[in-house]
Design a protein around this ligand. Structure first.
Ligand code: FAD
Length: 422
């Protein structure tokens, strides 16, 4: 028997924000028949996971990927319907004046020979990757998030990795995931992501990352999401919208991003990690495989790039390639100035052909992720019940990932249901 849930005429629950956390919360409430309304300030669903269509290209609002090993994504999403397209496991890294390839030997046929022969990383670094992989595969996610925290850099140094390997591989690779190049972020987040990378595939949905929130929303009743509606303030169980309209519900779930949520519920704002993403159309892909390309020498603004249509052909029209370039931070430069520096760096790597790359669009994302320095993930699951009738979810409640956002949404829905059944 399910919980005894008391229903009212208006929606029982108001959810502020139609990002992954808000949509996941709504999805769990819909599954048990609780009524809700989602209030979204912007003109579309998805929050930080949206895809624009520009001249036949699919442009995700900032480069991001789904890791199929994420347990909450496995639990909530229909992977088959998303038509997931895999990256080739491995990376290119630019250093010593050339492109260097490191394959993932576990998932590349004949890869052991290539990995061991490659002069990207010495024998001891490769051995330590093997040891780290084995240790994390043997640990549960719960164990990882309970371990003593330190910075990712300290964790790598104490695991014995050489400064050179950290600089050429871990710094740009995890810099692009944690959105900071100094690797100051919590070792718990590093270990969680490393485990997820080892245990599944790194993928893009064929119709863009925005297909993930679209799939969550497809399970919700029509008209349950109200777009272009900004929640201004919250007093007890009453929500005031910009423009003055008031809404009431038995429960209000704030599923806004960290700084906006903090404003609404009166908490301290979390610090932000910001990032910029530049898209270019090219006639030829600059690298031969669908692998992440890292800036392993540290010079220039580009941290990493990917040729998106090599992973998922639907990202570009026939005959064109789509290059997604990640620059950490938002930078105090105009798009034109920063793009000029990006192209100068790419000319250094690929020669004059890079001058022909056509800048399609850029995205600057001031709050791409909450900062997750040691301490920020303690406890790893922060409370979702703020006070009577008010709940909070979002990546700032669990961790800055698609998995963390969806998990926090489910936790908030479960807390609401538990309180309704009292
Ligand atoms: C560039 C980039 C790269 C990333 N890379 C990855 C990756 O590769 N893998 C991964 O797992 N994760 C990645 N992430 C992190 C992941 O995307 C986020 O953790 C997750 O999407 C956060 O979802 P959320 O629902 O918590 O917040 P959001 O997506 O920010 O949703 C919050 C919603 O609330 C709305 N809102 C805010 N205030 C109000 C208000 N007052 N009234 C009404 N609505 C409001 C917003 O408009 C927004 O739609 C990346 C993030 C970015 C930006």
């Amino acid at each position: 028997m399910g919980p005894a849930i008391q229903m009212s005429n208006g929606p029982d629950v108001l959810i502020i924000g139609a990002g992954l956390a808000g949509l996941a919360c709504a999805r769990h409430l819909a599954d048990v028949g609780v009524s809700f309304q989602v209030i979204e300030a912007s003109d579309g669903i998805g929050g930080r996971v949206r895809t624009d269509q520009v001249e036949g290209f699919l442009l995700d609002r900032g480069f991001q990927v789904l890791l199929t090993a994420y347990p909450e994504a496995q639990r909530t999403l229909d992977y088959h319907a998303l038509e997931l397209k895999k990256f080739t496991p491995g990376v290119f890294s630019w250093f010593a004046g050339r492109m260097n390839k490191l394959v993932d030997p576990w998932r590349t046929p004949g890869g052991w020979n290539e990995a061991l022969r490659s002069d990207f990383g010495g024998f001891f670094d490769k051995f330590r990757v093997l040891r780290l992989r084995a240790r994390l595969r043997a640990s549960s996610i719960e164990q990882i998030f309970k371990r003593p925290e330190r910075s990712t850099k300290d964790a790598l140094v104490s695991a014995g990795f050489s400064e050179e390997f950290i600089h050429r591989f871990f710094r740009p690779f995890f810099g692009g995931i944690l959105l900071e190049g100094e690797l100051k972020s919590s070792s718990r987040m590093f270990e969680f992501i490393f485990k997820m990378l080892c245990e599944g595939d790194t993928v893009l949905p064929a119709r863009g990352m925005g297909a993930i929130p679209a799939q969550l929303a497809s399970h919700l009743p029509t008209d349950s999401i109200r777009l272009n509606t900004h929640a201004e303030s919250l007093h007890e169980n009453e929500l005031t919208l910009t423009g003055g309209e008031s809404l009431r519900a038995r429960a209000i779930v704030v599923a806004a991003e960290g700084p906006a949520a903090a404003h609404l519920v009166g908490e301290a704002e979390p610090a932000s990690r910001s990032v910029s993403c530049f898209y270019y159309s090219t006639d030829e892909p600059p690298v031969p495989h669908p692998m992440l390309v890292l800036n392993g020498d540290g010079a220039g603004p580009v941290n990493n790039f990917v040729v998106m249509n090599q992973v998922a052909p639907s990202y570009a029209p026939a005959g064109k390639s789509l290059v997604s370039v990640t620059v950490l931070g938002t930078q105090q430069l105009t798009d034109q100035q920063l793009s000029g520096f990006v192209i100068a760096q790419m000319k250094n790597w690929f020669g004059p052909i890079a001058s022909s790359w056509r800048h399609l669009k850029s995205y600057r994302i001031p709050h791409a992720q909450p900062q997750q320095y040691p301490g920020a993930l303690e406890p790893s699951q922060r409370p979702v019940r703020v006070r009577s009738g008010i709940y909070v979810c979002g990546d700032h409640r669990d961790n800055a990932s698609i998995n963390g956002a969806m998990l926090s949404g489910r936790r908030a829905a479960e807390a609401v249901l538990a309180d309704f059944s009292r």
